[in-house]
Design a protein around this ligand. Structure first.
Ligand code: GLP
Length: 259
């Protein structure tokens, strides 16, 4: 796990965009996309590079991490709609290249199996963007999610519903249930990029990076993955015990190494 502490959210966005750009420019790629506020700067940066820097997603495919159960695809807060509005409609993915879970599926268990199979059929995810919830969730894998879980239905914690209420007209509109890639599914991506911004994420980042590997903090599962880059701003890094060492190691990073 490489922990990179950067001065501002804009630096985090640029560095995350660098990693995605390198992957996408290397050839046909599968990119894992997260919703939520944290990756928005990264998406803005990628849109800008598409508009002005010739970055093309025409050969890429994308898979979303999760979806609310009970929201139709065209609901403004479905993750299908959110990712289109925030990113994919502003770049040049081919028609049908952005994949998500169907929150209206009559059989959510079958939908989950279909989704894992479609990720596999695409060759697996090359690079996965992840945000982190205040309770340490990634995707919508709430505390006590199996560390090897596959895509499935989950019940949101009240805390996550409160955290996400800002996107809805009333807190009661936040669905109880979601479909989410499991921790085992996410861990099959070849490179994981965990982004954390702001003081509110400091405890979750510290638990994920320096705490024990334990289902109480789902993001701690990333400690078992061979290629994880954690990109955090100063505020999100503020509770890390070994901050100085991470900075020291980053300052001495071999130029050839990349992320
Ligand atoms: C949401 C999403 C996650 C996201 C997390 C943090 O509920 N399902 O994918 O990473 O919670 O959201 P935000 O980036 O808005 O803080």
């Amino acid at each position: 796990m490489e922990i990179i502490i950067l001065p501002t959210p804009a630096d985090v966005a640029r560095t995350a965009a660098d990693a995605i750009e390198d992957q996408v420019r290397s050839g046909p790629s599968v990119v894992g996309l997260a919703t939520g506020s944290t990756p928005l700067g990264t998406y803005q940066e990628l849109i800008e590079r598409h508009r002005t820097g010739g970055l093309s997603f025409a050969q890429a495919q994308a898979f979303l991490l999760d979806e609310y159960v009970g929201l139709p695809t065209d609901h403004p807060q479905s993750y299908h709609s959110v990712i289109r509005a925030e990113f994919t409609d502003s770049v040049d993915f081919a028609a049908g290249a952005v994949h998500g879970l169907d929150g209206m599926a009559a059989n959510p268990a079958a939908e989950a199996l279909r989704y894992d199979a479609s990720i596999e059929a695409a060759g697996g995810v090359d690079i996965q963007i992840l945000g982190i919830g205040t309770d340490g969730h990634i995707g919508f894998n709430e505390p006590m999610s199996s560390l090897v879980s596959r895509t499935r239905i989950k019940t949101l914690t009240q805390q996550t519903r409160v955290d996400n209420a800002r996107f809805f007209e009333t807190p009661e509109q936040v669905p109880d249930h979601v479909l989410t890639q499991g921790l085992g599914t996410i861990s099959q991506a070849r490179h994981l990029l965990l982004l954390g911004l702001g003081e509110a994420k400091a405890d979750a980042v510290a638990a994920a990076v320096e705490g024990p590997v334990a289902a109480i903090c789902p993001a701690s599962a990333l400690q078992l993955h061979p290629h994880v880059t954690v990109l955090v701003d100063e505020a999100a890094a503020s509770k890390l015990l070994h901050k100085e060492y991470y900075q020291y190691a980053f300052d001495r990073k071999p130029a050839w190494q990349g992320l």
